[in-house]
Design a protein around this ligand. Structure first.
Ligand code: SF4
Length: 230
């Protein structure tokens, strides 16, 4: 069996077997199966995934995609996560700085063509960063949006040819809040300022009372995902 087929089979089998497992058990499986070919990706909305990963796989690599458009609070959360948890944070940059992208594609591409902007500043950088790994973990959860409702705890990412691990898939917002409270986990300060879902500053607004948690992302456009998870 070649390595890709082997990993695909392994992912599907683990997705079934670990459906009822805790996030720690899912992360432990990934770390023991893939060793230093396993990496965690986080947008630094909080330190939950980094904390969990560092507790079961000390020193594990954590990727952060620095689009050049993040809120200062998000960059501060990244720096704090790197200090507090037992992980190695790797910041991944797009091929073009914002000024270079403006010169090549025109200013404020995010306003005119957010899919193209996300492709340049998120999707390509993640694909490039994952080249050295066989498996990666994300913090996506089923309760975040209808597009994420069917997220398996482990799946095969056909587009990237990697095992994708979603240890928090079964957790609800209440589970996250309870874990944060119990363990004193770092949280991006914007979460306490009306931003339950935090992306790039130009594409994220505050959410009003009773609105969906992701209503502030690309508000006023049909876009709901950056392209990393679809
Ligand atoms: Fe560009 Fe907005 Fe996507 Fe960030 S979220 S990469 S600014 S379109």
């Amino acid at each position: 069996m070649d390595a890709v087929v082997d990993h695909r089979t392994r992912a599907v089998e683990a997705g079934r077997r670990l459906e009822q497992a805790s996030p720690q058990e899912v992360l432990r499986w990934a770390a023991s199966t893939f060793g230093d070919r396993f990496v965690v990706s986080t947008s630094m909305g909080d330190g939950v995934l980094a904390s969990l990963a560092g507790s079961v796989a000390p020193g594990v690599d954590v990727l952060f995609l620095d689009t050049g458009y993040h809120f200062p609070e998000t960059l501060g959360t990244r720096d704090a996560v790197a200090q507090v948890y037992d992980v190695r944070v790797r910041t991944v940059l797009p091929l073009l700085a914002v000024a270079e992208q403006d010169a090549e594609h025109g200013p404020e591409l995010w306003r005119r063509d957010p899919d193209a902007c996300c492709a340049l500043r998120k999707v390509e950088p993640l694909g490039r960063a994952l080249e050295g790994y066989d498996a990666y973990a994300t913090g996506i959860r089923r309760d975040e949006s209808p597009t994420r409702a069917g997220t398996p705890v482990v799946e095969w990412d056909e587009r990237r040819g990697k095992v994708k691990v979603n240890p928090l898939a079964r957790w609800t917002q209440d589970d996250v809040d309870a874990y944060v409270a119990e363990h004193g986990i770092l949280v991006n300060p914007l979460q306490h300022d009306g931003y339950p879902s935090i992306g790039c500053a130009p594409c994220t607004r505050r959410v009003g009372e009773g609105e969906d948690v992701r209503a502030g992302r690309w508000a006023g456009t049909p876009k709901t995902e950056c392209g990393l998870h679809v």
